[in-house]
Design a protein. Structure first.
Length: 282
């Protein structure tokens, strides 16, 4: 595909354009909050508690009088950072493991890696987070570790499954005849050919990571006060939803729209980067 046709396909992908646009809004909000927010999220104003949306506070205020819009902007930092680093951990460890298993297919090392993946899959990220919290206490760092550990077998399985058929291809045989070892072939020939799949899966895991972070914060295992978190905002609003529904509405919609945007972007990337889908004219 030429550069011009790629760009044209990029803008013709409705899911990709909408998904990237939605995701960009929250990413920009997180970046802006590093230097500016409408109000200081660490300052309590009990006299202004639970105000409904107005020109002064666009999304209203919470039970401590804090501006909800400012809380959501700062909370975006936590959610995006936790999910991004967790995906990086999953890719950084899982992909090499998967490539190693594919290169040693059918051997003892392949069996050890895959059974280890099965073991990790048996423990959801919430269970892993509970175990880590019991040892080290709740924090955003421990949430990153828990979600990152759960991402490792996802990328290991994907990279192994995508790499296995490539090891029988002619260009890999030529590389082996040229004297290249398994590690060099994996890096120079296998990895570039499965990179598109990894990017798409990374987008999906990023959205799942945001959901996981919100879930962990909701049960008190994620970022701790005074650091704002979308999940903890939901948890704090559950007993007040009948008298101040906006406390749950805005963080809930923020999580929903962010995850939806990332899923649409992932679907659009898959359609754009998968040659089989392009050939069918989808």
């Amino acid at each position: 595909m030429t550069h011009d046709s790629f760009v044209q396909s990029l803008f013709r992908s409705r899911n990709l354009v909408i998904g990237v646009g939605m995701t960009a809004v929250f990413a920009i909000a997180a970046l802006v909050s590093l230097i500016w927010t409408p109000y200081d999220v660490t300052q309590l104003a009990i006299a202004n508690k639970m105000q409904t949306p107005s020109a002064t506070h666009w999304f209203g205020t919470d039970h401590f009088g804090r501006d909800i819009l400012s809380m959501l902007m700062v909370g975006a930092q936590t959610s995006i950072a936790v999910a991004f680093i967790a995906v990086g951990i999953g890719m950084g460890i899982g992909v090499p493991l998967g490539l190693t298993a594919a290169a040693r297919r059918g051997g003892v090392l392949d069996e050890i890696i895959m059974r280890g993946n099965d073991l990790v899959f048996a423990f959801p990220s919430l269970v892993i987070a509970i175990m880590i919290t019991a040892l080290f206490g709740p924090s955003a760092v421990n949430a990153i570790i828990a979600i990152g550990i759960f991402n490792i077998p996802v990328f290991a399985r994907l990279s192994r499954g995508a790499a296995l058929p490539l090891w029988t291809r002619d260009f890999i045989m030529s590389a082996r005849v040229a004297g290249k070892g398994a590690a060099r072939i994996s890096v120079e020939h296998i990895l570039p050919n499965i990179f598109n799949l990894l990017i798409v899966q990374g987008t999906i895991q990023f959205s799942l990571g945001i959901l996981a972070e919100a879930g962990l914060s909701y049960v008190g295992l994620g970022a701790q006060p005074p650091i704002p978190s979308w999940g903890r905002m939901l948890a704090e609003s559950q007993t007040l939803i009948s008298i101040a529904p906006h406390l749950a509405l805005f963080p809930g919609c923020t999580i929903l729209l962010t995850v939806l945007g990332l899923n649409l972007a992932g679907d659009g990337l898959r359609d754009l980067l998968d040659p089989r889908i392009r050939r069918t004219g989808r």
